[in-house]
Design a protein around this ligand. Structure first.
Ligand SMILES: Cc1cc2nc3c(=O)[nH]c(=O)nc-3n(C[C@H](O)[C@H](O)[C@H](O)COP(=O)(O)OP(=O)(O)OC[C@H]3O[C@@H](n4cnc5c(N)ncnc54)[C@H](O)[C@@H]3O)c2cc1C
Length: 415
């Protein structure tokens, strides 16, 4: 998606990295998530978002993803990243791991971290290794379930619209019960609005999704009903107007997969982010959880006293056990909320009705569990003391830290 909801789990890491103020400057605070019907009747929502600042010391922000990338990139020394390197395979031996790129370059190192997203090539190679060892889980190799297809628009609003709309930063979800649609709209910093139209996956062929070009907007519009197109988004424009106002390069069609792997590592290869857990995006958790994976894995690696296979295994297992159950909770919750906001089948409608009747104090408990307690920090940076009323889970892996004997695994390039 073109924008990023920044639940507070990763906000504390921005604070540690010294970029929180920069991120705040380009963010809009989110005040809540409102669910309503196509006729604008409010049927529920997640008001807990509003209390984030009091509970954790940080509000829930919305930031344009490209802007966030720029800030993060500015922290990384130039020449550290090599671009245009497409990994095609990875192999693992007793003493090292080898990465092969499409341009035939080969890299060797002590460990390999696969952060290459939902269609991870590193994961594919990991599966091959596990298969040879006879420990590959059949469940893990099953393709990810595609729950929806989403049309995503990042629209620059005219000044008269944005000046009123930008003061309202509720995320608005509209459900078109019994139809294959639901929409999500919310403002992003600097006069832009994000719209997502969630569609029934069974109505779309994977080849059509892959082949979708921004120029196909007329095809998309034809496939939508007049009711959907004439419906007003939260900024007051109809969806038809939003689509027309969106620049071609700011419109995409993506399939929404859901998958949680049981196995996240081999002896020397480990996965983080979407490569090992892909959540329904409705809770805006995937990117944040990828950050948390990176922090916890970095802590585990930093605590390693040497790079023997035994020590690597301990580090990888600690990482997995720290992250797996939280990922499971996010996976189940986002899947359920995703169903609530679709309400296309009778089962989804039943789940939706049940979820919408949950008392607010229970929603608050779940929300705190998901977003306000799981706040791991980089153990090798000065820790930020909690300032909210909710006590975070205890920080793990903060000892031993020895900067004089870094054990970060090197990756040497050879051609
Ligand atoms: C519609 C939608 C809305 C979302 N909204 C939010 C939100 O508001 N908040 C939130 O936290 N999350 C959100 N998410 C989820 C979030 O986008 C992902 O969880 C997050 O981007 C995962 O990060 P990642 O680094 O694991 O993978 P990715 O972001 O997919 O990054 C993978 C990287 O690996 C590279 N790569 C892939 N294959 C190779 C290869 N073979 N060789 C070399 N490089 C490779 C890719 O180019 C890419 O740069 C949303 C997702 C969707 C679909």
């Amino acid at each position: 998606m073109n924008c990023w909801n920044d639940p507070i789990n990763s906000r504390i890491i921005f604070e540690q990295l010294g970029i929180a103020d920069q991120v705040d400057e380009i963010s809009l605070p989110a005040l809540g998530i409102t669910a309503c019907t196509a006729s604008d009747k409010k049927v529920g929502g997640i008001p807990s978002v509003r209390h984030c600042a009091a509970w954790t010391g940080y509000g829930w922000n919305i930031v344009h993803r490209e802007d966030l990338h720029k800030i993060l990139l500015s922290l990384i020394p130039k020449d550290t990243i090599q671009y245009n390197k497409k990994v095609v395979a990875a192999t693992e031996e007793e003493s090292e791991v080898t990465v092969i790129c499409e341009d035939t370059s080969v890299y060797r190192g002590d460990i390999l971290i696969g952060a290459d997203g939902v269609y991870s090539k590193v994961r594919e190679s990991m599966f091959t290794i596990l298969e040879k060892q006879g420990v590959l889980s059949r469940k893990d190799i099953k393709p990810a379930a595609i729950s929806n297809v989403a049309l995503l628009c990042l629209t620059e609003l005219k000044e008269d619209v944005s000046s009123t709309f930008m003061t309202e930063s509720d995320l608005e979800l509209k459900m078109f019960r019994g139809t294959p649609y639901s929409t999500l709209t919310f403002p992003v910093y600097s006069g832009k609005m994000t719209t997502a139209v969630f569609l029934n996956a069974t109505d779309w062929e994977p080849k059509d999704i892959q082949a979708f070009k921004n120029s196909d907007r007329s095809k998309i519009i034809e496939s939508f009903s007049e009711t959907l197109l004439d419906n007003r988004t939260s900024c007051g424009l109809t969806l038809r107007e939003v689509i027309h106002l969106t620049k071609s390069e700011r419109m995409t069609l993506v399939s929404i997969e859901e998958k949680l792997l049981k196995r996240w590592h081999t002896s020397r290869i480990v996965l983080i982010g979407d490569a090992c857990h892909k959540f329904h995006p409705v809770l805006a958790a995937g990117g944040n959880q990828a950050f948390l994976d990176a922090v916890v894995l970095a802590n585990c690696i930093h605590g390693m006293v040497d790079v023997t296979p035994e020590t690597i295994q301990i580090a990888f297992k600690s990482y997995h056990s720290s992250r797996y159950w939280n990922s499971m909770v996010i996976y189940i919750s986002s899947s359920m909320v995703g169903k609530l906001f679709l309400c296309q089948t009778w089962l989804q409608t039943v789940i939706g009705v049940i979820l919408l009747s949950i008392p607010i104090f229970i929603l608050d408990i779940v929300f705190k569990r998901l977003f306000c307690k799981d706040l791991p920090q980089a153990a090798f940076l000065p820790l930020i003391p909690p300032t909210g009323t909710v006590k975070p889970y205890p920080q793990k892996y903060s000892t031993p830290l020895d900067y004089d004997k870094p054990v970060v695994c090197s990756i040497e390039g050879t051609s």
